[in-house]
Design a protein around this ligand. Structure first.
Ligand code: ATP
Ligand code: MG
Length: 328
């Protein structure tokens, strides 16, 4: 028997309706999710990317039983989140971050004791487990200080500690490294990887493309409540036309020149963007034969001010291509 997928969503929609304006007579309606299908396998790190307001947090909240879908179905660890949330909750962890959800007047250790009791951790194991997670997130030294004295990053670490306290099988992380300094962010990514080697499945959202590229086996891009792409990083690169990117910049190009560039090895799409008086063309190619040199010789000597840069296509390129295409 194959194991249940860690997450399986089918046609998940969520509409927010509220009243606003004078005497609350105006109705506002936001369709945050417009039919999302997604499957995450046990043991993987799955990343959900998307612009502000795309619906990432809404989707994360539905999967973690904080919100109900308006329609559609979502199963987590094989259990329907709308029908049987109580069975889901003890097996998942959720880190939403932010200022809410922590008790400021007491210490981190006391916060964790409170949550451990809520999670029903046996008292004999409780304090040892708390020390373990404090070590793991790097809060041991500050563990007995009141949370109101904590910096934003320290609070983020405490959220993370709370999220893993009860050893969840599946952990939802909504922008886990937001507000962390580079060293803490790196330690957090290391922690995420070590959780995965312990067998935990991770579902994370992030705005940091390098983070998604470094951590995630598979990714989905959400835009305006719909998934616009879903693949491995390599698959997404192919989707936008390949591994190689060459940027060419000058004070304008003739149509005939752009045509010549279009016929270079493996060139799929060419994007153009204005930078003040200059024009930048971005060429994506599936061929390693597309080099800066090849571009220079195709253009000849017409542009004394020519700038050519060859690099590997990174996830940020893919993301911008896909999200902009969607916007167009
Ligand atoms: N409680 C709510 N009431 C009304 N509208 C809401 C509510 N929560 C979210 N929305 C709306 O749903 C849409 C999706 O919001 P969501 O927070 O899921 O986006 P997001 O992808 O997490 O964005 P960000 O990257 O900024 O965190 C937005 O238009 C938002 O205004
Ligand atoms: Mg969000």
């Amino acid at each position: 028997m194959t194991p249940d997928p860690a997450i399986e969503a089918r046609g998940v929609r969520r509409v927010f309706e509220s009243r606003k304006g004078f005497l609350f007579t105006e109705k506002s309606r936001t369709e945050a999710l417009r039919g999302v299908d997604l499957r995450v396998e046990p043991g993987e790190i799955f990343g959900l990317l998307g612009p502000n307001g795309a619906g990432k947090t809404t989707f994360t909240k539905i999967l973690s039983t904080l919100l109900l879908p308006t329609s559609g179905e979502a199963r987590v660890l094989g259990i329907d989140v709308a029908r049987n949330p109580q069975a889901v909750r003890p097996r998942i962890g959720l880190v939403l971050g932010g200022e809410r959800g922590l008790y400021n007047r007491i210490s981190a250790r006391e916060n964790l004791r409170y949550f451990a009791d809520l999670f029903g951790l046996p008292p004999a194991l409780r304090d040892r487990r708390i020390q373990e997670v404090l070590d793991r997130v790097g809060l041991t030294e500050a563990a007995d200080r009141r949370v109101e004295e904590y910096s934003r990053g320290m609070k983020q670490k405490l959220h993370l500690a709370r999220g893993i306290l009860h050893r969840p099988e599946l952990l939802f992380l909504d922008e886990p490294t937001i507000g962390l300094d580079p060293k803490s962010a790196r330690e957090t990514r290391k922690l995420i990887r070590s959780l995965v080697s312990d067998g935990v499945t991770i579902f994370l959202t992030t705005h940091y493309m390098f983070e998604a590229e470094e951590l995630c086996q598979r990714l989905a891009i959400l835009s305006k409540g719909q998934i616009v792409a879903r693949d491995t990083v390599a698959g997404l690169r192919r989707l936008v036309g390949g591994d190689t990117t060459v940027e060419v910049e000058a004070y304008g190009f003739e149509d005939a020149e752009i045509e010549r560039l279009r016929h270079l090895p493996g060139v799929g799409r060419i994007l153009s963007e204005e930078f003040g008086p200059r024009l930048r063309l971005t060429l994506r190619s599936s061929s390693s034969e597309l080099t800066a040199g090849a571009v220079r010789s195709a253009l000849g000597t017409a542009h004394p001010d020519l700038m050519v840069r060859e690099r590997r296509t990174v996830l940020e390129d893919v993301y911008l291509d896909l999200v902009e295409e969607e916007a167009a």
